[in-house]
Design a protein around this ligand. Structure first.
Ligand SMILES: Nc1ncnc2c1ncn2[C@@H]1O[C@H](COP(=O)(O)OP(=O)(O)OP(=O)(O)O)[C@@H](O)[C@H]1O
Length: 268
């Protein structure tokens, strides 16, 4: 189970200078203002937001890459800020950069991660075989990963993230760049992992793709400008927005709030 409570995060970055050789002033970017999410086991929870809404930053905080300025994140009751290693051991994370070792085969990439997670080599190898069946990647298991297609890289990175059979699975825009068949295969794999036969995993994934959310998620958290602005099942969000089509509901829920917020900031 993953619990994110009222997290915020800002970054300080240099703005562009007026000329190539002049340094710009520092600028504060408020990437996440107030995001909350409750993701129980046996459910696929979607974090849905437009570009720059704060999805990746939220998931990076969940993965312990940096601490939130405010708010708390726990995984199976373990606070990520207090015990990051224990929390990380309970998660399989597929980030936006897949970062495979190009000289290693898919199998070796998966086993290497298993060893890092404290698995015996034989157990990690058996798990690589099992995941290769689940993700339909047996034909690439013993190929070196340089030269892999986008879909093959994604599958290998996902298998690597799942090697230690984590109870919680976190995916940042997992279908980016995948074709229709690879997307379907991923969807099927996630449904299986969420089901009692697949272990009743807690799955959280971020996306900006509406059909993906409609087909896969029992619960959706809509994020706009760094805030979680609405949540519920797809039918609940449709009812909340008073719309028939999910895209219209999303635009209404995400951008009406955004306009109101901008008006308030101008007035303040
Ligand atoms: N390290 C950083 N330094 C400065 N600004 C950052 C940093 N990381 C994220 N941001 C800014 O924070 C905001 C949210 O970014 P984030 O990547 O979390 O959004 P996102 O919802 O994942 O977007 P996308 O769908 O485009 O990937 C953006 O304006 C981004 O430019």
């Amino acid at each position: 189970m993953i619990e994110i409570k009222n997290v915020s995060k800002s970054f300080v970055s240099a703005s562009g200078g007026s000329s190539l050789f002049k340094k710009g002033k520092k600028q504060t970017v408020q990437a996440v203002r107030d995001v909350s999410l409750h993701a129980p086991n046996g459910r696929i929870t979607g974090l849905l937001g437009a570009n720059g809404a704060g999805k990746t930053t939220t998931l990076r905080m969940l993965g312990g890459l940096f601490e939130p300025d405010q708010g708390q994140i726990s995984v199976d009751g373990i606070q990520v800020s207090q015990a990051p290693r224990q929390a990380l051991a309970r998660m399989g994370i597929l980030g936006d950069a897949h970062g495979l070792y190009p000289r290693l085969s898919a199998r070796e990439n998966i086993i290497y991660f298993g060893r890092l997670q404290g698995m015996e080599a034989d157990a990690a190898n058996a798990r690589a075989e099992e995941l290769a069946r689940l993700l339909d990647m047996r034909h690439i298991l013993d190929r070196r990963s340089d030269g892999f297609s986008q879909g093959e890289r994604m599958k290998t990175a996902l298998a690597r993230a799942l090697v230690h059979d984590p109870a919680n699975i976190v995916l940042d825009e997992p279908t980016n760049g995948l074709d229709v068949l690879a997307t379907r295969a991923l969807r099927e794999a996630l449904r299986h992992l969420r089901s009692p036969e697949g272990g009743g995993k807690c799955i959280v994934f971020s996306t900006h793709i509406m059909p993906e959310v409609e087909q896969l998620c029992e619960h959706v958290v809509v994020v706009a400008q760094g805030r979680s602005v609405a949540e519920g099942s797809v039918p609940e969000l449709l009812a909340l927005a008073g719309e028939k089509h999910f895209e219209d509901a999303f635009v209404k829920l995400a951008f009406t709030q955004q306009q109101q917020q901008q008006q308030q900031e101008v007035a303040a």
